[in-house]
Design a protein around this ligand. Structure first.
Ligand code: RB5
Length: 150
């Protein structure tokens, strides 16, 4: 459960811009504080330019949770997951979002702005913010994610 006094970080490219705008509105309406890293219009941009600064801030511990969006959710997720303290999971449906929290302790939700409805996206955001990490056997698995072989 994310406390409402926490600030949530958001970022998207043009493919997720309108959905981000909607989610920012819904989050603020629900009482959350948000830091919007852009983009700030529907004009075509490169998603890494907006996802990197946001993922870096999450990686540094400036924000505990964040939401990123692009057309498919993939490019945004790939970019964010370059940071060792980031666990960005793709949200295609409610059950999947439950699992990225319960099993993977995801701290970033990546949404495919062109493949789900605004209503579905908001439902997934609520699940992302309110589902706890299960811990147990998943703890050591999550720990191993950043232990890359050199
Ligand atoms: C932009 O057209 C699109 O490629 C981008 O939003 C995203 O889907 C990339 O993964």
């Amino acid at each position: 459960m994310v406390e409402k006094k926490q600030t949530l970080a958001l970022a998207s490219d043009h493919g997720g811009y309108w959905m981000k705008d909607f989610i920012v509105y819904k989050l603020q309406e629900a009482g959350y504080k948000v830091k919007d890293f852009g983009t700030y219009s529907g004009e075509s941009v490169d998603y890494p330019d907006f996802i990197h600064p946001m993922a870096h801030a999450v990686n540094e511990g400036d924000f505990e949770r964040g939401i990123i969006l692009c057309g498919s959710g993939n490019g945004a997720q790939m970019t964010a997951n370059k940071y060792p303290n980031v666990r960005a999971g793709l949200g295609w449906n409610e059950e999947q979002v439950q699992l990225i929290r319960m099993h993977n302790d995801a701290n970033i939700l990546s949404l495919p702005g062109r493949f789900v409805t605004f209503e579905e996206a908001w439902k997934m955001v609520e699940i992302f913010l309110n589902t706890p990490f299960e811990g147990g056997r998943h703890k050591q698995r999550v720990k191993k994610i950043s232990q890359i072989i050199k």
